[in-house]
Design a protein around this ligand. Structure first.
Ligand code: SAM
Ligand code: DTB
Ligand code: SF4
Length: 317
């Protein structure tokens, strides 16, 4: 891949493929070894998401309920007020979250008053002594610098799948656009949160290629969300089948081995998993979840159930 941010030398596609295709118990055993060497066993970070601007997005991501290209039940909103964001962040903190992630259904950031208001939100959340993350679409280097100055810790911008499958999912932007934004985030000194989604109709090869690209980012992403598709009525992928738990475990374990120090986040789709399945994901190397009844627009696991799961497994955060 011809992009300065990708270092092809670290792992070959064969390395990643061999690892990914290891028998599952052997793979998990290996990932547990890596996990315990580089992270604290049983420590799982809690993060909270807030959609600060919902729906009516000009992009056509086939999985997304917020795209203006599809008719879904999502209610479009303007950018939230600062005080609503501060209240949500305080609430997240009191529930045990140490990271607050604000998402906007934008194709890209524009240099306008809304962006200035987002900068104020970043400052305000940062002053609550939480990690602050944003996901706002494409960013220029200059905009990334402004976010950094406002105190942004991390920027989420997923590659979602392999480069070759990408155009079957999204046609309003390219893989290279994504890599360019990731590069801009890096240049501004903001940590990178970049992962993918399973269940889009991708092959195992697509997953291997995604992992290969992620693991060869130089430096590697500090945060790697692994989402399972939440099928939403009205989107082209509404009827896709549920992601198999063993596929999820394989993806998490391979990500953990390839990116030993990253926070591997068990992200969307957790509400379709039993507590035992989630426990297996933590064993395989996931060390973060989204806490709160809602992700951006879709339901998440109830907070009380998550507190119970942490207690029963003896997890810390
Ligand atoms: N507009 C910004 C962007 O696309 O980068 C930020 C918001 S977007 C909702 C963030 C990520 O959420 C996407 O990259 C995708 O991986 C994930 N996502 C969106 N809809 C999803 C769904 N229905 N199921 C699982 N993950 C989803
Ligand atoms: C990520 O990879 N997953 C989160 C976060 N980054 C922004 C978003 C999941 C969204 C799921 C669909 C929804 O609730 O709208
Ligand atoms: Fe959804 Fe983000 Fe795609 Fe917009 S750019 S449709 S918000 S995933």
């Amino acid at each position: 891949m011809n992009n300065a941010v990708v270092n092809e030398k670290l792992y070959t596609i064969e390395d990643v493929s061999n690892l990914y295709n290891t028998p599952l118990f052997e793979l998990i055993y290996k990932s547990m070894g890596v996990h315990s060497k580089f992270n604290t066993v049983g420590e799982v970070q809690k993060c909270t998401l807030l959609s600060i601007k919902t729906g009516n997005c000009s992009e056509n991501c086939s999985y997304c309920p917020q795209s203006a290209h599809y008719e879904t039940k999502v209610e479009n909103t303007d950018l939230l007020e600062l005080n609503e964001v501060i209240d949500a962040a305080k609430n997240a903190k009191s529930n045990g979250s140490t990271r607050f992630c604000m998402g906007a259904a934008w194709r890209q950031v524009n240099d306008n008053n809304d962006f200035n208001r987002v900068l104020d939100m970043v400052k305000a959340v940062g002053s609550l002594d939480m990690e602050v993350c944003c996901t706002l679409g494409m960013l220029s280097e200059n905009q990334a610098h402004k976010l950094k100055e406002a105190g942004l810790t991390a920027y989420n911008h997923n590659l979602d799948t392999s480069e070759s499958f990408y155009e079957s999912i999204i046609t309003t932007r390219t893989y290279k656009d994504r890599l360019d934004t990731i590069n801009n985030v890096r240049k501004a000194g903001i940590t990178v949160c970049c992962g993918g989604i399973l269940g889009l109709g991708e092959s195992h090869t697509d997953r291997i290629e995604l992992l290969h690209t992620l693991a060869n980012l130089d430096p590697q992403p500090e945060s790697v969300p692994i989402n399972a598709l939440v099928p939403v009525e009205g989107t082209p992928l509404a009827n896709n089948s549920k992601v198999n738990i063993f596929d999820m475990l394989r993806m998490i374990a391979t990500a953990r081995i390839l990116m030993p120090k990253a926070k591997v986040r068990l992200s969307a789709g957790r509400s379709f998993m039993s507590p035992a399945e989630q426990a297996l994901c933590f064993l395989a190397g996931a060390n973060s979840i989204f806490l709160g009844d809602k992700l951006l627009t879709t339901p998440n696991v109830e907070t009380d159930l998550d507190h119970e799961l942490f207690a029963v497994l003896g997890l810390t955060s």
